[in-house]
Write a protein that binds this ligand. Structure first.
Ligand code: PEP
Length: 252
């Protein structure tokens, strides 16, 4: 059975006191999580250990990093390695967020390397894919996303791909307040699952969690998550408010 996941992406937000406050609120929030319905909080690197410490008693709420570098270690000033994340017992890492692709020129092949190194260190990648507005308007979103998946994930073995969480995030819906319709989300998630099934088989594709990201809020989470191929969400803006994010978790 694939897991339902409410994942938070704090991006580059929160000072230390703000992060502490938000984590404390999340640690006491009335959220229903189980082994099958989990939450993942991706915080800035500087707060990884703080987040682990504050959420330590919360079962089924996990801490994630927002990125890692392709190399094991060395002279890569400002980067963080999968080995470092593993040494802090961080179980998940976001790979290939559209902001990383756009602002930091991360390519599909670089992302394949990042997925590889994360898996090598036993960290589950939350692999982001999704098209920009011009691609959606041209109607070529299915082949665009398919290529992202093929280029960055198709070299994996069955044992490896099963550890990957996919997040479909149409760029035109990220931080814009414009959510994909339930139909648009379901259609793309079904397509992604079909593409995965074509390569790895139905059993594996049916066990991979595919999250939707793009202006998910407390008010729209339930209907999006109710789509048959949507297994939860990756949430930016709304994850910075503990009450709002708790509603999203409870919508799984
Ligand atoms: C994101 O950053 O992954 C995201 C989906 O952001 P938002 O929820 O703010 O659109």
């Amino acid at each position: 059975m694939r897991k339902k996941i409410a994942a938070a992406n704090w991006k580059m937000n929160c000072t230390l006191p703000q992060a502490e406050d938000l984590l404390n609120k999340l640690s006491t929030a009335n959220v229903h999580v189980t082994e099958e319905k989990i939450s993942i909080i991706a915080v800035p690197y500087a707060y990884l250990l703080l987040a682990k410490q504050i959420l330590a008693a919360k079962q089924n709420i996990f801490v994630a990093a927002q990125n890692c570098y392709t190399k094991k270690s060395g002279a890569y000033t400002g980067e963080i390695s999968a080995e470092m994340l593993q040494s802090m017992q961080i179980p998940y890492v976001i790979i290939g967020h559209s902001e990383r692709r756009d602002y930091f020129n991360e390519t599909n092949s670089m992302l394949a390397d990042k997925v590889n190194i994360a898996l090598e260190y036993n960290i589950q990648p939350i692999f982001c894919c999704g098209e920009a507005l011009d691609i959606r308007e041209a109607g070529t979103q299915n082949s665009f996303v398919e290529k992202q998946l093929k280029d960055s994930l198709f070299h994996l073995t069955n044992e490896q791909i099963i550890k990957v969480v996919i997040a479909y995030e149409p760029i035109w819906a990220i931080g814009t307040g414009k959510t994909a319709t339930n139909e648009q989300a379901q259609e793309m998630h079904q397509h992604i699952r079909k593409v995965l099934a074509g390569k790895f088989g139905n059993d594996i594709a049916n066990n991979i969690s595919i999250l939707y990201g793009g202006s998910v809020k407390g008010a729209n989470a339930e209907e999006i998550f109710a789509q048959p191929d949507v297994d939860g969400g990756l949430v930016g803006g709304a994850s910075l408010n503990a009450e709002e994010f708790s509603t999203i978790i409870n919508s799984l």
